[in-house]
Design a protein around this ligand. Structure first.
Ligand code: 5AD
Ligand code: SF4
Length: 477
């Protein structure tokens, strides 16, 4: 788990600017590509698709942008500060561009889609702007740039899932990987820019998902995370491979089961679930398969039915509580994490208290907490007033974060004294005398390294104590 800080910058969805390096052999005279990704896991998965497309064009990745022939920045628009971070980074890349005018600077992802050609007007150093559904066009766009023109493709698609492109695993630990199972979003939450930047929802062919998971398993990977903006609405209609004539429908529970059946040694995670769509069938599938992790990310956003309605979340407080009760009764030791927004348009103090009482009710294992940031073009920006003063948003966010810190610690404390099975992911960030890995519930466990225990193995660890975000233990005898 990620340390909670008293800022709204802790969200994984806003992971910052990690440079991604391919784990493929280096070719002589290859052009060097530097990709930096911001935002959600989906964006990081997309960068692996981009790297795969550009690898075919003779690019190899580098972790040092100063030696790059092309710098790509895969951007996020979810909150204003995510965009600001990208702009600051672009001005740093401008220094390189002035040194080397042949350097190609590209903007990918959600900000490219939101700002379109405005990007080329506003940021003079940018040569190419590509939206999330247009990555296949990169070779042609780069050719255009090579001829001295600016290039842009921000067309959204109803079909593109990049199903046939085998992502190049970037910065991989060789143990855990993301698999994108769908793209886009049809929910139209009033605060959210995603439907505008990532387009309509479409599900990827399950055969290609299973082939990708099988391939990862054969290459020694031990965990896959199935990604979608709303995995519960995954739905694929198509022909059965065994019988071309028969049309089959695969829903998320069925897909999850198929992936779980690849091997009991391959752990399966998924994100994100939507409270309006998560079914008992999904919960029973999780219960049935030991290798599907007991961990559900179920964004609540607010505990107030009136605010949820303004957010166009299409569920009430009672509905959400009903889904939490179903999780608790079907999978008693399931971790539940969430996303919460403080200070949405017209949120009163009483309504904020309803969010706090929801947090008490659920006792979340983890929460990504934000203060509301108005996004241009969204329903809220057009129809509602962003009228909660900034200091009130900040104060509410702080209260939410403090409550979550307590909850996270309490949930972790429950594991102290127990023996848990974990997948070792690597050495701890702080010391290479310690290994770390996650348990079923996605809690991070750090323990002293011992001989014969290596990253990629499952081991049992006795939990001895915890901090607010991490469990500490030792290998069980
Ligand atoms: N302001 C603040 N938080 C937002 N999120 C999405 N849009 C906004 C916004 N405009 C949060 C939601 C969502 C998560 C990915 O980001 O909580 O679940
Ligand atoms: Fe950011 Fe949303 Fe785009 Fe992901 S989908 S990069 S969270 S705006």
């Amino acid at each position: 788990m990620i340390d909670l800080q008293l800022t709204d910058k802790t969200h994984d969805e806003e992971r910052q600017g990690e440079a991604l390096i391919i784990d493929a052999p280096k070719a002589l005279n290859a052009r060097k590509l530097y990709i930096e990704s911001y935002g959600c896991q989906m964006n990081f998965a997309d960068s692996e698709i981009v790297a795969s497309i550009l690898l075919d064009q003779g690019f190899e990745t580098t972790g040092n942008y100063q030696e790059a022939d092309a710098i790509f920045i895969n951007t996020c628009s979810i909150r204003e500060n995510a965009e600001q971070r990208v702009r600051n980074r672009l001005s740093q890349f401008g220094i390189e561009k002035r040194k080397n005018p042949k350097l190609i600077v590209g903007v990918l992802g959600c900000m490219a889609e939101r700002l379109k050609s405005k990007f080329l007007e506003e940021e003079k150093l940018v040569d190419v702007v590509v939206g999330p559904d247009a990555y296949r066009d990169l070779p042609a766009l780069l050719e255009q740039v090579g001829e001295g023109q600016k290039a842009i493709n921000v067309l959204l698609s109803r079909e593109e899932t990049y199903a046939d492109i085998s992502p190049v695993r970037l910065n991989g630990n060789g143990i855990t990987a993301f698999i994108s199972i769908m793209r886009g979003c049809d929910n139209m939450c009033s605060f959210c820019v995603v439907p505008f930047t990532r387009g309509r929802e479409r599900s990827r062919d399950p055969h290609s998902i299973l082939a990708e998971a099988q391939d990862l398993h054969e290459r020694g990977y031990k965990e896959v995370t199935l990604l979608g903006q709303n995995v519960d609405s995954y739905k694929w209609k198509g022909s059965d491979q065994a019988d071309d004539q028969a049309e089959t429908v695969v829903n998320f529970a069925q897909l999850l089961e198929k992936v779980a059946l690849i091997s009991p040694e391959l752990r399966v995670r998924f994100s994100t679930s939507h409270p309006k769509d998560i079914t008992d069938e999904v919960l029973y599938t999780i219960k049935k398969h030991d290798n599907i992790c007991n961990n559900i990310h179920l964004p609540v956003q607010s505990g107030s039915t009136r605010v949820l309605e303004l957010m166009n979340r299409t569920y009430t407080r009672e509905w959400y509580i009903n889904r939490v009760d179903a999780i608790r009764s079907i999978i008693p030791d399931c971790a539940i994490s969430t996303d919460i927004i403080a200070g949405f348009c017209s949120e009163t103090e009483e309504e904020f208290q309803e969010t706090m009482s929801m947090m008490d009710y659920v006792d979340y294992d983890f929460a990504f907490c934000f203060s509301y940031s108005e996004r241009p073009g969204t329903m809220a920006a057009r129809k509602l007033e962003d009228d909660v003063p900034e200091e009130v948003k900040k104060r509410r966010l702080k209260e939410i974060l403090l409550k979550q810190q307590e909850s996270s610690r309490k949930r972790l404390q429950e594991s102290v004294g127990k023996t848990v099975r974990i997948l070792v992911e690597g050495y701890s960030k702080k010391s290479d005398l310690d290994l770390c890995g996650r348990n079923d519930q996605n809690a991070m466990i750090v323990f002293p390294a011992v001989e014969n225990v290596k990253p990629g193995q499952y081991v049992n660890v006795v939990i001895e104590r915890c901090t607010s975000a991490t469990l500490l233990g030792r290998i069980a005898d």
